[in-house]
Design a protein around this ligand. Structure first.
Ligand SMILES: [Zn+2]
Ligand SMILES: [Zn+2]
Length: 254
């Protein structure tokens, strides 16, 4: 694409959830770009083809994986095959994910070294990574024992905070700066979230957005069977800013 300098864009490659009857849906995957730097947040089932239609995958600076549920990482297998076999010599992409990710990928193929043949997998922990103008900051959230949310931003600018899968809205508050765009999972739509389930609903996101002063809310990862309009309204009931439910192919600028 012909990007405007200094503009951060977010392409929704896949918006989840783990399963759906919606044709064209894909697992979680978001492409964040600024001035030639490209960061991918999660790479869930079926997301690779659309990602490859948007960017030459070997040029991605890093793929960040929020947690080790397959709807957030399983298309790393496709990325690995692409890098390994589409080029002579093979190309490589950096992947930052929770401890154990490389072993999960190797186990899928029953092949030690499978991931390492084309992916440079680093272990994710709380902290920051900088690529060109973009800094990615990771913070732990309540979901699996080793789940993370991310903030992607450039200096002195509003950024994007992506929840990953998250069972406690307040976990996201320490990542959010006033004016940021909040891209949040809303697995249980207008709610409520069943007890002992670590996901979010619209009222919790609305309260978080209002309390932290975000500039906009983007909703994603809505489970099959929940009403889209009621989901959006359940956020608007507590937050006065713009609220959208995102889908594959959507692009937003920050
Ligand atoms: Zn999950
Ligand atoms: Zn998920």
């Amino acid at each position: 694409m012909s990007a405007t300098r200094g503009l951060m864009t977010i392409d929704v490659v896949g918006a989840g959830p783990a399963y759906t009857d919606r044709v064209g849906a894909a697992g979680a995957c978001y492409l964040v770009r600024m001035d030639g730097t490209s960061i991918v947040l999660d790479l869930g089932q079926g997301a690779f083809p659309r990602l490859a239609s948007m960017i030459e995958p070997s040029t991605i600076d890093a793929v960040f994986v929020s947690h080790l549920h397959p709807d957030h990482f399983v298309d790393l297998v496709s990325l690995r095959h692409y890098l390994r076999w589409q080029f002579r010599p093979s190309r490589r992409v950096r992947v930052v994910g929770p401890a154990g990710l490389e072993g999960r990928l190797d186990a899928l193929h029953d092949e030690p070294g499978f991931a390492a043949a084309a992916l440079d997998v680093a272990t994710l922990a709380e902290g920051s990574w900088t690529f060109g103008p973009l800094t990615v900051t990771a913070a732990k959230v309540t979901h699996t024992a080793d789940s993370y949310a991310f903030r992607v931003a450039s200096d002195r600018r509003a950024g994007l905070v992506y929840s990953g899968d998250c069972g406690r809205a307040d976990d996201l508050a320490r990542l959010i700066r006033t004016g940021d765009t909040l891209l949040s999972e809303v697995s249980f739509g207008p709610g409520p979230v069943p007890a002992d389930v670590a996901h979010l609903d619209g009222p919790a996101i609305g309260a978080l957005a209002d309390g932290t002063g975000v500039g906009a809310v983007l909703l994603t990862h809505l489970q099959m069977g929940f009403d889209e309009r009621a989901t959006i309204e359940s956020v608007r009931g507590r937050y006065g800013g713009p609220v959208n439910l995102v889908g594959p192919g959507d692009r937003y600028a920050i």
